[in-house]
Design a protein around this ligand. Structure first.
Ligand code: NDP
Length: 298
C-alpha cells in the first residue's frame, strides 16, 4: 500500500494556532497517524511539524477547508475571534466542526457558540487542564462542553491527544467555568508559593531548603478537596478541628512577618480580611471555608 493511500484512509484535522500548546496538539495528532493541516498567524512556527508530515496552509481559510474538524488553540478568545470571524474563514467553516481549546471566560465561550450557531458551524468548547508536555500521554486532561453528539462524533480525532476526555454537559460555558475554578486554585496557590519564597528568603531560607516541607504542606490539600463536600454545597462549614478564629491569628503572623521585612502582604491581608468578616458575623467557631458565604452569599 502506498503511503498516500494510507494517508487517505486516516481522519483529517486542522490545528489553528501553533504556540507551545497548539504545536503539542498538532504533534500528538501526527504521532497518532492523522492527516494534519496547520496554520499560525506568525509564519515559521510550523517548521518542525511540517518536517514530521503536517501540511502547512498559507491562510486560516485554506487550513479550515482541509478538514471536517478544526481545533483552535490560541492565547485567548480575542485571538480566536480575530482568526475565526474573518468572513473568509467563517464561510469556510460553515457545515464543519470547530473545537475551541483556547482558554477564556464562560461568557466568551457562550458568545462564540452563538456566533457559531448563527453561521451554521458546529461548536464544541473545551479546556486543557495539564501542561503542553502531557499532550499525547496518559496524563493529559481535557474538558468539554456543548452538544453531546458533537463530542461523541469528535472523539475518534480527539482521543489521539491521549489522556482523559470528559464531557461536562451541554451548557457551552461549563468547560470554561471548570477551567476558571481550577485555575483559580492553581494561581492563588502559586501566588502564595511566590510570597512564601519571598518571606523565606528574607529569613535566610532558600527555595531548596523549603522544598521538602513545601511538598508536605501541598499534600494536605488534595484530601481537603474531597472532605465535607456535601456540607460545603449545603452551606455548613464545620470548624471543630480548626476554627476560623485560630486561622485569623495564623494569618496575622504571616502578615506581620512579611511587613517587618517590607514585603507586600496584600494577598494574605485579603484572605485575613475575609476571615475576620466571617468572625465578625458570628461564625468564629466555623472553619475557614465559611468565607465562601462572605464572597458569594447564597
Ligand atoms: P499562548 O497562550 O502564548 O498562545 C500563543 C498562540 O496564540 C500563538 O499561536 C499565537 O500566534 C496566537 N495568537 C496570539 N494573539 C493572536 C492574535 N491576535 N491573532 C491570532 N493568533 C494569535 O501559548 P500556548 O500555545 O501555550 O497556549 C494556547 C492556549 O492553551 C491558551 O489559551 C492557554 O491558556 C492554553 N493552555 C496552555 C497550556 C500550556 O502548557 N502551554 C496549558 C493549558 C492550557 P503567534 O505565534 O502569531 O503569536
Amino acid at each position: 500500500m502506498s503511503s498516500s493511500t494510507e494517508n487517505h484512509d486516516q481522519p483529517t484535522v486542522t490545528v489553528l494556532g501553533l504556540g507551545p500548546m497548539g504545536r503539542a496538539l498538532a504533534g500528538a495528532f501526527l504521532e497518532a497517524g492523522l492527516r494534519v493541516t496547520v496554520w499560525n498567524r506568525t509564519a515559521g512556527r510550523d517548521r518542525e511539524l511540517v518536517e514530521r508530515g503536517a501540511t502547512a496552509a498559507r491562510t486560516a481559510e485554506e487550513a479550515a477547508a482541509a478538514s471536517g474538524l478544526t481545533v483552535v488553540c490560541v492565547v485567548n478568545y480575542d485571538a480566536a475571534d480575530a482568526i475565526l470571524r474573518r468572513p473568509a474563514v467563517t464561510d469556510t467553516l460553515k457545515g464543519r466542526t470547530v473545537v475551541n481549546l483556547t482558554a477564556d471566560t464562560p461568557g466568551r465561550a457562550r458568545d462564540t457558540a452563538t456566533w457559531a450557531a448563527d453561521h451554521g458551524i458546529s461548536y464544541l468548547d473545551g479546556a486543557i487542564m495539564t501542561p503542553a508536555t502531557t499532550i499525547g500521554t496518559p496524563d493529559a486532561v481535557f474538558l468539554y462542553s456543548g452538544p453531546e453528539h458533537l463530542h461523541h462524533d469528535s472523539r475518534p480525532v480527539l482521543d489521539a491527544l491521549g489522556g482523559a476526555h470528559t464531557h461536562l454537559g451541554t451548557e457551552i460555558g461549563r468547560a470554561a467555568a471548570y477551567d476558571i475554578a481550577l485555575l483559580d486554585i492553581f494561581w492563588t496557590a502559586m501566588a502564595g508559593y511566590a510570597h512564601a519564597l519571598a518571606v523565606a528568603r528574607a529569613e535566610g531560607i532558600t527555595a531548596q531548603e523549603l522544598a521538602p516541607f513545601a511538598k508536605g504542606i501541598a499534600a494536605i490539600l488534595p484530601p481537603l478537596f474531597e472532605l465535607d463536600v456535601e456540607d460545603i454545597d449545603n452551606g455548613n462549614y464545620t470548624g471543630d478541628l480548626n476554627p476560623i478564629t485560630s486561622t485569623v491569628s495564623t494569618m496575622a503572623h504571616i502578615i506581620h512577618t512579611s511587613e517587618e521585612h517590607a514585603i507586600d502582604a496584600s494577598l494574605m491581608r485579603a484572605a485575613e480580611g475575609l476571615a475576620r468578616r466571617a468572625v465578625g458575623r458570628g461564625h468564629g467557631t466555623d472553619g475557614f471555608l465559611r468565607v465562601i458565604e462572605i464572597m458569594n452569599p447564597r
